[in-house]
Design a protein around this ligand. Structure first.
Ligand SMILES: [Fe+2]
Ligand SMILES: [Fe+2]
Length: 356
């Protein structure tokens, strides 16, 4: 059964908030179809807020505003989400001030929050404060028949991690999108072993939803739109009937299908990144089925930060993106073709894309 939630049904009494604005969150609806044994439910997704400390009690206001708005909208959602996922990059430079302030901005949420670790949260102290105050770096849980897994996909080689004279220096390098001194992200052997053990406990028919910060696929290495051991992680997920990976980090709409795995990105509350091919002639592998968003208006503070809700039919997701001053987007899994598609947007002009 196709279950599409209208924006109106989701946002109750939100007209004041939506006027001229952006809703920076994702609502995911898991619908198991007519006669299914599992109850439908929803969850919301907020990501990449990049809360940035200036000095004293001052923080970059634009990034604060994006997160505040998402939290406010989330509390107005109808139906209410069962929980909220924060998709990583809560902080800009991993500072305690930034993480504390981010948590304070998230604190009005009336739901349980699940956290994904981003590189901007990690590389100052290697996630020590995060683990102490916020969340384990990776974990799994079951909810109404779905197995959820959160991975830390932004670790890298020990030699790189340990070579810096200070955490600040390391964080500064990894925080740059285009810094050639950076290092590729990965899930790593230890966590892959944990994942294999975790997956061994569930039937292959159980829908699996994985949250990561970086894409668990290879799109553009220079910006770490990339996870170096993506194929190994995909191989662990391959035996399951229905798998969806949701990731942040890229601050733009992307979607893909590799074997049994559907991939969807979520939007940032802070700012949009350009598509790699619009910025650089360097080799990139934007998935051939992804139709890029319109170019963001640099004079529009919140343009291309958007919001989206997602409905899932029998374990496959459809993401509905609502973008200020742009046409809404719906990227839905098509059971006939076996991949996510945006049938409405795909009829428009499609820029040339490289095949992966
Ligand atoms: Fe980010
Ligand atoms: Fe990131």
């Amino acid at each position: 059964m196709v279950k599409t939630l209208s924006r109106r049904s989701l946002i109750r009494g939100a007209s004041a908030l939506t006027a001229g604005g952006v809703l920076d969150l994702t609502l995911v609806n898991l619908a198991f179809g007519q006669g299914g044994a599992q109850p439908d439910f929803t969850f919301a997704y907020i990501s990449d807020s990049h809360i940035q400390h200036v000095k004293g009690t001052k923080f970059v206001r634009n990034w604060d505003r994006g997160l505040k708005r998402a939290v406010a909208e989330c509390n107005l959602l109808n139906p209410k989400p069962d929980f909220v996922v924060f998709g990583g990059d809560l902080a800009q430079l991993g500072k305690k001030e930034e993480l504390d302030h981010g948590l304070e901005l998230l604190s009005p949420l009336r739901y349980d929050v699940k956290y994904v670790l981003g590189e901007h949260d990690y590389y100052l102290d290697l996630g020590e404060y995060w683990a102490d105050k916020i969340s384990p770096h990776y974990y799994s849980w079951d909810h109404k028949g779905v197995h959820f897994i959160t991975l830390n996909s932004i670790v890298t080689h020990d030699e790189w991690t340990n070579k810096w004279s200070s955490g600040e220096e390391r964080m500064g390098v990894m925080a740059g999108l285009d810094d050639p001194r950076g290092s590729p992200f990965m899930v790593g052997a230890a966590q892959r072993q944990w994942l294999a053990n975790d997956l061994a406990k569930i039937p292959k028919s159980t829908p699996v939803v994985v949250f990561s910060h970086s894409p668990l696929q290879k799109i553009f290495k220079n910006w770490n739109f990339w996870t170096d051991d993506a194929e190994e992680v995909q191989a662990l997920l391959a035996p399951f009937d229905k798998v969806t990976v949701i990731y942040g980090h890229v601050h733009q709409i992307q979607y893909n299908q590799i074997g049994n795995i559907s991939f969807h990105s979520v939007m940032a509350t802070a700012w949009p990144w350009p598509y790699p091919e619009s910025y650089s002639q360097a080799e990139n592998y934007l998935p051939v089925i992804t139709v890029p968003m319109n170019r963001a208006d640099p004079f529009h503070e919140r343009d291309a930060t958007g919001w989206q809700f997602i409905d899932v039919q029998t374990g496959n997701l459809a993401i509905n993106y609502s973008l200020p001053d742009n046409s809404p987007r719906r990227v839905a899994f098509n059971p006939e073709t076996g991949m996510p598609e945006d049938s409405e947007f795909e009829t428009r002009s499609i820029p040339p894309q490289k095949h992966f």
